[in-house]
Design a protein around this ligand. Structure first.
Ligand SMILES: *[C@@H]1O[C@H](CO)[C@@H](O)[C@H](O)[C@H]1NC(C)=O
Ligand SMILES: *[C@@H]1O[C@H](CO)[C@@H](O)[C@H](O)[C@H]1NC(C)=O
Ligand SMILES: *[C@@H]1O[C@H](CO)[C@@H](O)[C@H](O)[C@H]1NC(C)=O
Ligand SMILES: *[C@@H]1O[C@H](CO)[C@@H](O)[C@H](O)[C@H]1NC(C)=O
Ligand SMILES: *[C@@H]1O[C@H](CO)[C@@H](O)[C@H](O)[C@H]1NC(C)=O
Length: 658
């Protein structure tokens, strides 16, 4: 699902206000106000908690165009970054030693000042030819033939892959080798999983804008639609069948010159024959060369060209620019630099340490509560299985921020972007800067193949996908860790000095959900170190599990596992706060009349404030349904809100899985 964040611009708004807090309003009041302003008290909590807790969210956030709590978090984070970038304008930089601040400023400024014309799709193609000494067909000099040298689609694919286009014709990624030894990385090859082309007329228009001859464009557009459609059919033909082999074996079976592909990609000679490769779909790869052979070369190269244009135009800051969009572009394309600067300039070491200590404590409490559940052994597992799961749980860590925490972060970030040379005279060519940043980032992802993954307190993992627009804690199986982005460590979502009820209910719930996610059947065979073991395989076929989870299936859902995580996550975090072993403040706070338990649930419910009307839900459960399901399986809910036994959210029989 791709929920929408916040779209509109808030020029200048909050620029000053985020820096200082009004002295007379305590942080608890601030958070409470934030929650209460979203409530619709005319709604019945026992029937529609979504409306009750967040019915006014949309009205309140109309101005900043936010549709979810994640959008609101991101919006606030980016607004602060934007303020910071604006401040950098007045900094005098050392010409000799380009600092990370200067690079970020150049990137941001290039995004802002580049003209509409210079950010055209055509310009990206001018900067990235399909191969050395080869142009895109429409750029061939008049009166000369294309290709100027033999065209090889796999070479072009490699050239485009250098910029991070990882999902066209062949999907290729470098990932921790979680099956064998997740300290090492491996190549993963698979069929692509990419959206279909739009209709002929939009491809036709696109081709014209790329400089394709008016006479040739209509025919080419229909050929491209045909190829795209045939390719999707080909990809759907084969079932997934994962296979571990070497690169030489893949070459042998598919006839694809993958060694050359890698040499182009890494820009050095390689002898990669023995490299371990996980192949997602061998049959697809086996048929690809022959399939593409049935198309005219100009069609194949144009197909790659259109894929590349779609890829770069999909990046933040490519289409049009204002200061907020450009901030988002920096945030996404220079994510480590952004995180570092945010930490340096807003969070600060002291506050970061305080927040980190708090979230670590909550994380530990959630683990403790889940351990108690494991011991209760509701699913009737063997003693060995329980002990394996407990080890896995105990070893799980929480990583705060994207950067490794046990090193000099400024040096790390400076080295990371060391090769990013943003020319002072090219401030008005954002596509060029973008491609440089993408190429560097991609290289950093790919070189992980040579190294070992850093686990433990130095955990750091770079993946091909640019940061998500909706920040959320994320479980990384290879490091057995939950990564919490900085975004959430800001008021009114989290404040270390606020009342426990706020800290545990929202961020605590998000962390509890990630722990539940790491105990999905798919992740169970991975041990404490993130290695794939043999225990607890095929857990989703166990009768005790099937029976337990089918209880959650009584109300239909698109995603039963997500429901499991929603429901069990709430049960868990409620236990953490109100259970027997709770270490958290139970006294009624003096800043509100709202009973503590109600406050807890209202704060928790913010996780689900998404306004359905504005979000394209395709085959996913709505936030309203997810919230009702989570609450209706919480035994304490009915009593807290004095719901009658007949009310929707107070059923007689709640389900429990773990
Ligand atoms: C608040 O809830 C009432 C009762 O369900 C509903 O009629 C009204 O439209 C809601 N208001 C908003 C702003 O959603
Ligand atoms: C995994 O690889 C690392 C790095 O090469 C090595 O130190 C470690 O012993 C290996 N672990 C296992 C379980 O094979
Ligand atoms: C590749 O195929 C050939 C002929 O089928 C065979 O002799 C050779 O051993 C194969 N090489 C590998 C690495 O599988
Ligand atoms: C590839 O490496 C060579 C030699 O190290 C270098 O001159 C060239 O610029 C590199 N090409 C790319 C595309 O990075
Ligand atoms: C859940 O219910 C649907 C039909 O409503 C069914 O197709 C599916 O197999 C069920 N899943 C489980 C795990 O019971």
């Amino acid at each position: 699902m791709k929920t929408i964040g916040c779209l509109l611009v808030l020029l200048g708004f909050a620029a000053g206000s985020t820096l200082t807090r009004a002295p007379d309003s305590s942080v608890n009041h601030q958070i409470l106000d934030y929650i209460q302003q979203h409530m619709n008290i005319s709604a019945d909590p026992c029937e529609n908690f979504h409306n009750f807790a967040s019915g006014r969210f949309q009205a309140v956030h109309q101005r900043d165009d936010c549709y979810s709590i994640h959008g609101a978090v991101e919006h606030k984070y980016n607004t602060r970054l934007q303020t910071l970038f604006e401040l950098l304008k007045d900094r005098i930089f050392d010409e000799e030693k380009p600092s990370i601040e200067e690079k970020v400023w150049r990137y941001y400024n290039a995004c802002l000042t580049t003209s509409e014309e210079s950010r055209s799709e055509k310009h990206y193609l001018e900067l990235v030819p399909p191969d050395e000494d080869l142009t895109w067909p429409q750029f061939a000099p008049k009166g000369t033939d294309w290709p100027q040298k033999p065209f090889r689609w796999l070479h072009t694919l490699a050239h485009l892959r250098r910029f991070g286009m990882e999902n066209s014709l062949i999907r290729m990624n470098v990932q921790p080798n979680v099956k064998k030894n997740s300290s090492k990385f491996q190549l993963v090859l698979d069929k692509p999983d990419v959206e279909r082309f739009e209709d002929v007329s939009s491809i036709h228009l696109l081709l014209l804008s790329l400089g394709v001859d008016k006479k040739k464009a209509p025919h080419m557009a229909s050929r491209l639609i045909q190829l795209d459609s045939d390719l999707h059919t080909l990809a759907e033909e084969y079932d997934e069948s994962r296979l571990d082999c070497t690169l030489a074996e893949v070459q042998n079976r598919t006839g694809l010159q993958l060694n050359t592909y890698l040499e182009i990609l890494f820009n050095r000679s390689l002898n990669a024959g023995l490299l371990p490769v996980e192949v997602g779909n061998m049959e697809y790869l086996e048929s690809l060369e022959e399939f593409l052979g049935t198309y005219h070369q100009q069609v194949v190269v144009s197909y790659l060209m259109v894929q590349f244009v779609r890829f770069v135009k999909g990046l933040d800051g490519s289409a049009s620019a204002d200061s907020f969009k450009c901030t988002t572009a920096v945030r996404s394309q220079l994510e480590l630099a952004s995180d570092f600067l945010y930490q340096e300039h807003y969070l600060g070491q002291e506050r970061l340490q305080k927040s980190t200590a708090e979230v670590q404590q909550i994380f530990k409490a959630v683990k403790g509560a889940f351990e108690v559940r494991l011991e209760q052994n509701h699913l009737q597992l063997t003693t060995d299985e329980i002990s394996a799961l407990k080890q896995k749980l105990q070893a799980m860590t929480l990583t705060v921020g994207l950067l490794p925490t046990n090193i000099d972060q400024r040096r790390f970030v400076t080295d990371f972007y060391g090769d990013l040379k943003l020319d002072r005279n090219q401030d008005t060519d954002f596509p060029r800067a973008q491609l440089k940043a993408l190429e560097l980032r991609t290289r950093r992802v790919l070189v992980q193949l040579n190294g070992a993954e850093i686990k433990g307190s130095g955990f750091f993992l770079l993946t091909d996908s640019l940061p998500e627009t909706n920040p959320e804690p994320q479980f990384q199986v290879s490091g057995n860790t939950v990564v919490l982005p900085y975004d959430f460590l800001q008021e009114p979502f989290f404040a270390p000095e606020s009342h426990d009820v706020f800290k545990v209910s929202l961020l605590g719930y998000m962390m509890a959900r990630q722990i539940m996610l790491s105990f999905k059947p798919h992740f169970l065979p991975f041990d404490a170190n993130g290695y794939y073991g043999e225990v607890l395989n095929s857990f989703d076929e166990r009768s005790s599990y099937v029976e337990a989870i089918s209880c959650l299936n009584r109300t239909s859902t698109y995603d039963l596992e997500q429901r499991l995580i929603d429901v069990e996550g709430l049960g868990l975090i409620y236990d953490v706060y109100f259970g027997q072993n709770s270490e958290f403040e139970q006294k009624q706070p003096d800043f509100t009349e709202l009973p503590l338990k109600k406050l807890f649930l209202l704060s928790f419910a913010q996780m689900f404030v998404g306004d359905e009307e504005f979000i394209v839900y395709s085959e996913v459960d709505s936030d309203k349904l997810r919230l009702s399901q989570a609450l209706s399986h919480l035994p304490a809910f009915g009593e807290i809100f004095s719901c009658s036994p007949a009310s929707l959210l107070n059923p007689a029989d709640e389900c429990r899985v773990w």
